[in-house]
Unconditional design. Structure first.
Lengths: 396, 396
């Protein structure tokens, strides 16, 4: 008998359509993948060249904390963002995923509670499930541009079991960039209720329209409360590197977090060598990438706006949008796109958004669309989606 | 307030002497590291060359299960060992460490129980702690060559909470290679009590003196019970790759395990590319490595045998030995070696063995010594240990 824990673990909603996609591909269909956050931008050469130049004869364990060169490169990067971390404040992790798992294990006991805006990144559910943590959602809505409710409304959700607030900024899946006022509102709730703030900022570089990005690490007053979750995956189009980190000025937290890092010995050595050299990437790289995504965002948003019965807001960060479709069940629609629909043997893969909500019933007619693909593909995919909605039988 | 879970997590006994070692190094001491299982053997060139030849422009997420080339290379490797796994029976993991964590999460609910011979690899404690699993030790002793007790004695330890038996074969830290009879004894207990068998076989290639290695995967009758934990770390001297796997013929288990793999998205892509190419390493490599370790084992064992008051058995596998020292507290002795002892500014780093035991009080006068270093260094280290024991003040 397997554990109830594993049986009750929900399969990743982002990946569970993969078998349908595989079957469609086998039948000769071309699929435009708008389902995952896998950028098609070239990874900077600095990554691979550093690995090629690495001459150690034995591929040995790295320090459990991460190699000094990589930690220092994060320190240098943070300095540019006015985030004041030293090398002792950083532990390298297997992507943002492990950073999140470590944070859940370190800050919560079984049955404790995390507060977070919904819709939220669905994989959080897996880490919460593994750590035995419950979520209390702060519901936000497309029609309000996913703005946070008032401080009073948030305070009402805090119970003695609430240990932390998790904020993804910019947000996956909504593309929301929290305003300075909203960040300070969360800060006040955290101080008043003595909560940790887990700030997942992996999309920090993906902010558009001249908006200012405010990190919780900018607020010295809450140094001991804040845990930053980070990753090079999106920033440098290096999802396959699995290099992320946890950063916090809370000494006790980091000392304890190190025990978790030691238990799994180390993060892959060569990937750390490659990632450390990204500090030498030309400064224009991130700017050009940002321009490219803003352009894609425009294409996507303009297309969605024109579709009959589709409702979405204009995302100002990350590379996702939550769109409400004129269908009864978005998961069924997403599957139908793969099994029953095509134009000239082409179709689209999108992610049903229901799993991004903790509140029962919300998001059933919504999808998350990622704009990680180039404009040409995106334009084609939007055409396919529009035509599909015209002929889909199970509409609202 | 941090979680009780993290505060109660024991720091890795293998790594917690590191600060003393760092201090000693800062003071100019040369340290012979006999504490960790970090081989000094050259990693085969095939690893790095495959990475260098990888030409994809985007370093993207790999499949959560692992890349097909790597999975196939494991299948091919297992065939040579008469282990009948197909590609659907394997999930690639972040080293053996993640494979173990996944196994604990998938097979145990909170408060469930695992049976395992002690002394055992101390890091198991971390994964058990994270998964909320308790251990019931099957005590084995150096004076019996760490042989398993009778079937009746083992059956007595099984309770309704017992879900699995974990066997490390060859064993870290004892170097024990389980006989075919012992493997079949465990098989019978598992069948009689309907238990899973978690078989950590990462040292499979390190068996000496012409002994036959028996894998639980050789016994078709228990296909559904067996979960193999594996890793290329030791086999190919590639600890820094963090490439391991879980292999099992149990379809339901593997389908559920995949959900855990999907939650952390994927394992580092380039490391998988490198590891997949190890299937092309010359067949003599593993044989030569085996000869080298057997030689080191002989040097180590012969030296320890000659030391006054030291008791140990002759390990026939892996690259560790458990040695009983004539000291009251082996941890204090290990620290003293770093802080107070040196000959010509040289000293030794060894691992106190108490954390390898679950039974209170056992192992306090024992250490684990790793023979991952070359014969010259090992000879020097043994000389230092012998001299240290002569002058150590807190002897039994």
């Amino acid at each position: 008998m397997l554990s109830n824990r594993i049986k009750e673990l929900e399969a990743s909603p982002i990946r569970r359509l993969n078998p349908y996609a595989a079957e469609a591909r086998k039948n000769g269909k071309k699929i435009y993948p708008l389902n995952i956050g896998q950028p098609d931008i070239k990874t900077p050469n600095e990554y691979k060249s550093a690995i090629e130049n690495y001459e150690e004869k034995v591929l040995s364990y790295a320090d459990s904390k991460g190699i000094p060169e990589l930690i220092n490169s994060f320190v240098e990067y943070y300095e540019k963002h006015n985030m004041n971390f030293t090398k002792d404040d950083i532990i390298i992790t297997n992507g943002g995923s492990e950073a999140l798992l470590f944070a859940f294990l370190a800050l919560f006991d079984l049955g404790d509670n995390v507060l977070m805006p919904e819709p939220y990144y669905a994989n959080y559910n897996s880490f919460m499930h593994i750590a035995g943590v419950n979520v209390t959602p702060i519901t936000t809505k497309a029609e309000d541009d996913f703005a946070l409710p008032s401080k009073e409304d948030i305070l009402k959700l805090v119970t003695p079991k609430t240990k932390a607030i998790l904020i993804t900024n910019p947000s996956n899946p909504t593309g929301k960039v929290y305003s300075k006022e909203e960040i300070y509102l969360i800060k006040e709730v955290a101080l008043e209720k003595n909560l940790y703030i887990i700030a997942d900022e992996v999309y920090r570089e993906f902010v558009y329209d001249g908006l200012e990005f405010t990190s919780f690490a900018h607020i010295e007053e809450i140094n001991d409360n804040v845990v930053i979750i980070d990753s090079i995956s999106k920033r440098y189009s290096a999802c396959g590197s699995r290099i992320g980190c946890i950063a916090s000025k809370n000494k006790e937290l980091m000392a304890n977090m190190l025990k978790l890092a030691q238990s799994r010995l180390s993060v892959a050595t060569l990937e750390q060598i490659g990632a450390a050299n990204l500090v030498n990437v030309d400064e224009n790289y991130l700017k050009e990438v940002n321009d490219e995504y803003r352009n894609r965002r425009d294409v996507l948003y303009n297309s969605l706006q024109k579709m009959n019965g589709v409702i979405c807001n204009n995302p100002q960060g990350a590379f996702y949008v939550i769109a409400k479709l004129p269908v009864k069940d978005a998961e069924k629609f997403a599957i139908w796109l793969l099994t029953d629909f095509h134009i000239n043997n082409e179709t689209v893969l999108i992610t049903p958004a229901e799993s991004f909500y903790a509140t029962e019933g919300l998001g059933r007619d919504e999808v998350r669309i990622s704009y990680c693909t180039n404009v040409e593909a995106l334009t084609k995919a939007m055409y396919l989606l529009e035509e599909a909605l015209k002929v889909y039988p199970d509409k609202k």
